[in-house]
Design a protein around this ligand. Structure first.
Ligand code: CA
Length: 232
């Protein structure tokens, strides 16, 4: 098992190295974000222990770039603060788990073992079908290079479709996932929002990706719908 530690504080890096080597791991150290990113790109590690506060590139940025390059090595993020925002940012950027400093080495070992057992899990931070993609962290949407401004409800609907490309989602499923329980599902509220969503992500671009499946619901074409646009 080979682990990469990305940590700029020599004392902390040294302590981690010694204790992980004692546990039987092979350990490499990178002392800034750019070096850490380069190392993780060039070698298949079983796990990366990634400090957030780093020179050159932050731990968040390193993680985002690794996931953007489709490197799915398990990442354990070390945050100095207990700030919940840091943890959320880390997880949104594709980290698998985090520890808040100071931590017990035993906890670090346990979490590393769990991550390594699980192995690399492809888990794109961005969801995409064809040239349509969203960033779940910021809830923004793009068709190609162009950003598409969606309402909160339109965004929620689109994310449901992007999580299951090619699957038919019934009105009931969409109501359940995108509306709260207080809503009385008796009107055509889903259809109304689908219509505005479709005009924003498809019609403006001459694409037909969000299809009506008669009598059932809706489907986002897994092929993105471009090839079929002329049949509309
Ligand atoms: Ca640091």
């Amino acid at each position: 098992m080979r682990v990469l530690i990305v940590e700029d504080e020599p004392k902390m890096a040294g302590l981690l190295r010694r204790s992980l080597v004692e546990e039987g791991y092979a350990v490499d150290i990178a002392s800034d974000g750019a070096e850490g990113f380069g190392a993780a790109m060039s070698r298949a590690y079983d796990a990366v222990v990634l400090d957030v506060m780093l020179p050159e590139l932050s731990g968040f940025e390193v993680c985002r770039r690794l996931r953007g390059s489709e490197v799915w090595v398990p990442v354990l993020m070390l945050t100095a603060r207990a700030a919940v925002e840091d943890r959320i940012t880390g997880l949104d950027d594709g980290a698998d788990d985090y520890l808040t400093k100071p931590f017990h080495l035993k906890e670090l070992f346990a979490r590393l073992r769990a991550l390594i057992r699980r192995g690399p899990v492809p888990r794109p931070a961005q969801l995409a079908v064809g040239d349509l993609h969203v960033d779940p962290a910021s809830r923004r949407c793009w068709r190609g290079e162009e950003e598409v401004l969606l309402t909160a409800k339109e965004y929620s609907l689109l994310e449901e479709f992007l999580r299951r490309p090619g699957a038919v989602l019934t009105r009931e499923i969409l109501l359940e996932h995108c509306w709260d329980f207080a809503y009385e599902p008796r009107s055509n509220v889903v259809d109304v929002h689908i219509r505005t969503l479709r005009s924003k992500i498809d019609r403006r671009f001459g694409v037909r990706s969000l299809e009506t499946v008669r009598g059932t619901g809706y489907r986002l074409r897994a092929d993105g719908g471009r090839a079929d646009a002329r049949r509309r």
